[in-house]
Design a protein around this ligand. Structure first.
Ligand code: CTP
Ligand code: MN
Ligand code: MN
Length: 510
């Protein structure tokens, strides 16, 4: 687990020499053939240089490891033109008149634009013949403000799965998770919000200047970003990943049915591995945990898109057998466009069903699957929904709809007649499935609430409360000023009630 996590954390300080070479992109990736870049290490440092080289190559630039005659642009940081020329002299290289000497700000603008940008006087390094100790050029202006108008609310940001700042967000996700394990809500929010805002940026943070004007980045967060820019990793994240408590909680909570309380108990009792826990005869497990251990391997290996689609076919078949007019919608991560998930979430609603029929649907579906032998685990939670209940004030409140938390036996499509496959493995996989049944007139609220992400949902509710004096949850939207419930037939209408631009599901990966 550790080594896997560390793989995301980029270059290590101790082996900088290899980096340029190992990260070189294949020549077919070069988009801009007129330019040959060389990035000067002096005053920039090996790690930052390697980082910029890799980034530029990813964006289609040709970047040389060594200075050669083919180089057309030299990029330097904190060096004047005279400094660079002096360095070239020491290297015994004669600078041709066509050679461009540029400040790193030019490269950064190119990275942001995804192509070479025009070189202005701002970027060109000044060579002063008689003043070798000249100061470096004036600090560059920060990029246009429009680029940086980022809302502090996730529901006002478009966050696709195309994350340009994974190096940073992986780090903050780990720190947030550690705080969650310690039930430190305040620090959890600090790190979760930082990760969330960075996921929404259309550019990669490569210097501290890039963080200016971005909300949700406090001093603590900024110091971690700075460390990652300089060293490629954060010592604090490293410490968390190596921490025994974090590792144990991560392991224990990976079992279906095991939460913080149980993890805490097992950790205090001195357990560190699942096999010791499973074989301990004094421990008592819930039905959920027993299922969690029984199907552990299947459940930790994520659900693929293809598996989600196969489950979707089963759900629709079963639902339509009893309520042919029902709408069955995939929600959760798969609706947001994720390629894998820890479960598959569905929202079911029927325009024509009576209350009685509505209440009977999930039990009927469970009964059907039970008979087929597909129900490996089932927890049916009855509805506590009331029409005129005000939306919950809590951002993480559970909803009141009837629902099932399931583990379903999904047979592999390639195997005919249920015969075990040739490797001798079982011909099926255990899959976590959540089914939610809601009254038809609440479907927009339920859909919005169950699509996530968690951070997006939190901020929708926070926004409603603090910016609109409204209360939103998975069931309803209430206007406190007008003292009325606002109805909605679609998610678009809910966004409109809140005065928000509509954000598509695949842009809610906050
Ligand atoms: N949700 C909820 N009430 C719950 C559980 C979940 O409202 N009791 C909502 C959350 O807002 C969450 C969404 O349903 O965003 C889906 O939950 P979950 O399956 O836990 O997360 P996903 O975003 O689907 O991610 P994953 O791929 O890990 O399943
Ligand atoms: Mn899910
Ligand atoms: Mn779920």
């Amino acid at each position: 687990m550790d080594s896997l996590c560390m793989a995301h954390l980029g270059p290590r300080k101790k082996r900088p020499r290899q980096m340029g070479g190992s990260m070189a992109s294949p020549p077919q990736d070069i988009k801009f053939r007129d330019l040959v870049l060389f990035i000067l290490e002096k005053k920039m440092g090996t790690t930052r240089r390697a980082f910029l080289m890799e980034l530029a190559r990813r964006k289609g630039f040709r970047v040389e490891n060594e200075l050669s005659d083919s180089v057309t642009h030299i990029v330097a940081e904190n060096n004047s033109g005279s400094d660079v020329l002096e360095w070239l002299q020491v290297q015994n290289i004669k600078a041709s008149s066509q050679l461009e000497l540029l400040d790193v700000s030019w490269l950064i603008e190119c990275m942001r634009a995804g192509k070479p940008v025009e070189m202005t006087g701002q970027h060109q390094l000044v060579v002063r013949r008689d003043d070798s100790g000249s100061p470096s050029p004036e600090p560059q202006e920060t990029p246009p403000l429009a680029l940086r108008k980022v809302s502090p609310y996730a529901c006002q940001r478009r966050t696709t799965l195309n994350n340009c700042n994974r190096l940073f967000t992986d780090a903050f996700d780990v720190l947030a998770e550690d705080c969650e394990f310690r039930e430190n809500e305040g620090s959890y929010l600090v790190f979760a919000r930082a990760a969330s805002v960075l996921k929404s940026l259309p550019f990669t943070i490569i210097s501290m200047k890039d963080t200016e004007g971005i909300p949700c980045l406090g001093d603590k967060v900024k110091s971690i970003i700075e460390e990652i820019i300089e060293d490629g990793e954060s010592s604090e994240v490293k410490a968390v990943l190596n921490n025994e408590r974090y590792q144990s909680f991560k392991l224990f909570t990976s079992v279906f049915g095991v939460g913080l309380k149980t993890s805490e108990k097992w950790f205090r009792m001195g357990f560190r591995t699942l096999s010791k826990i499973k074989s301990d005869t004094t421990l008592k497990f819930t039905r959920m945990q027993k299922a969690g251990f029984l199907y552990y391997e299947d459940l930790v290996s994520c659900v693929t898109k293809a598996e989600a689609e196969a489950v979707s076919v089963l759900v629709k078949e079963a639902v339509w057998a009893f309520l042919p007019d029902a709408f069955v919608t995939v929600t959760g991560g798969f609706r947001r466009g994720k390629k894998i998930g820890h479960d598959v979430d569905f929202l079911i609603t029927s325009p024509g069903a009576t209350e009685e029929e509505e209440q009977q649907l999930l039990p009927k579906v469970m009964n059907l699957w039970e008979k087929k032998g597909w129900l490996l685990y089932c927890d049916l939670v009855e509805s506590t929904f009331e029409k005129f209940k005000l939306p919950s004030r809590k951002v993480d409140a559970l909803d009141h709809f009837q629902k099932c938390f399931l583990i379903l036996k999904l047979h592999h499509p390639s195997v005919d007649s249920g015969q075990p496959d040739l490797q001798g493995g079982k011909p099926w996989k255990a899959i976590r499935v959540d089914l939610v049944m809601c009254p038809y007139e609440r479907r927009a609220f339920a859909l919005l609430g169950w699509t996530g992400s968690r951070q997006f949902e939190r901020d929708l509710r926070r926004y409603a409360t603090h910016e609109r004096k409204m209360m939103l949850d998975n069931h309803a939207l209430y206007d406190k000023t007008k003292r009325i419930f606002l109805k909605a037939e679609s998610e678009e209408e809910i966004f409109a009630h809140l005065g928000l631009d509509y954000i598509d599901p695949w842009e809610r990966n906050a």
